[in-house]
Design a protein around this ligand. Sequence first.
Ligand SMILES: Cc1cc2nc3c(=O)[nH]c(=O)nc-3n(C[C@H](O)[C@H](O)[C@H](O)COP(=O)(O)OP(=O)(O)OC[C@H]3O[C@@H](n4cnc5c(N)ncnc54)[C@H](O)[C@@H]3O)c2cc1C
Length: 374
Amino acid sequence: MDDFDVLVIGGGIAGMSLAYEVARAGRRVALLEMESALAYHTTGRSAATWIGTYGNGPVRALTAASHDFFVQPPAELYEEPLSSPLVMLHVAPAGLGETVQRLHEDVVGLTPEARVVDGAEAHRLVPLLRAGWVEAALVEPGALEVDVAQLHQGYRRGLRALGGELRTSAKVESASRSGERWQVRTSDGQELSAGQIVNAAGAWADEVGARFGAAPIGIEPRLRSVFMVSAPDVDPHLPMTMSLDPENPFYFKADAGQYLCSPADETSSVPRDAKHDQLEIARAIDAINEATTMGIRSIRTPWAGLRSFVADGSPVIGPDPVVPGFFWFAAQGGYGIQMGPAAARLGAALMTGNPVPEDITGTGFSVGSVRPGR
Ligand SMILES: Cc1cc2nc3c(=O)[nH]c(=O)nc-3n(C[C@H](O)[C@H](O)[C@H](O)COP(=O)(O)OP(=O)(O)OC[C@H]3O[C@@H](n4cnc5c(N)ncnc54)[C@H](O)[C@@H]3O)c2cc1C
């Protein structure tokens, strides 16, 4: 039996970043991932953005506290930049102009540079938009395009450098407790023991919790589809354009010489290897063709991932209220990349009994807002 201080279950951004931070606090850590490749599920399928106004209060606080990590990443983990600037344009079609005012009121405290513009200015910023389609829009400068593969790899290198172990094709299948420690058995026949378990299993968080006798947190995986559209001369600095029409949502942005487009779908799903929703993609093609001159006739490389939420939309970070030595790090929703660095520092502080970093509490963030069983 291999003995560790902490076993982290899940090799996405949540598990990898927390494993690194816990190893940095001096713990002997092993990370277990059921797939043969790390970051195979949601982490490898994101739209790779940092948007300061996205999500509810706790999400925004953790997102803000992660900003500097993306702009000036720690030199011991990254040699290359992790992000580049991105402008967001939230667009409202005819009849929905008021939603832009409401959004502005909601976010102006977070991003004072955010400004409301009319349809003509929206068209100037994103010439692809059909003249007259936008009634009003909110410009949000200061968003970021994130290199998610680099983000994940940096944490992985850092974990290895601190002596942390990574084990892939190792699905945690059963667990038992003896004394103060957990014994865990994996699908490839390993037996490991640890004082603390971290559940960073994304869409599978409640399934993993059940193996340790924990009550479900009510995780709800929601499918989101993405597709690429090739076009000549895609402007790499094009603002990311997101429709505010709740009946017909979509977004698109420039990505490596193509357009990355999404129906912004949120269909409830079971935990699984997610496949894109063809009907939602067909709806988004119609919506984008109506709003823009992109003229989509064919798409490339569609994919999908599961964004996993609990009812209040906040992440679940902290020790289980009943099961000893079992720590939740789940429900990252649609924000696991952008709030990842601060969420990992918060999780490590709560696990190791260190104070929560001041840059996190300084944003008005309360640990109670993410506590399991809240
Ligand atoms: C289309 C799309 C766009 C998105 N865009 C953004 C964005 O722009 N910005 C942003 O911040 N976020 C975005 N997100 C959300 C973000 O990708 C997620 O919040 C984040 O990746 C979740 O990370 P995770 O580590 O919790 O989950 P995952 O990456 O899914 O990792 C969980 C891991 O646990 C493993 N696992 C499960 N059960 C077991 C077990 N029993 N034993 C061992 N391993 C197990 C799984 O195999 C998996 O690898 C987007 C998501 C999608 C789908």
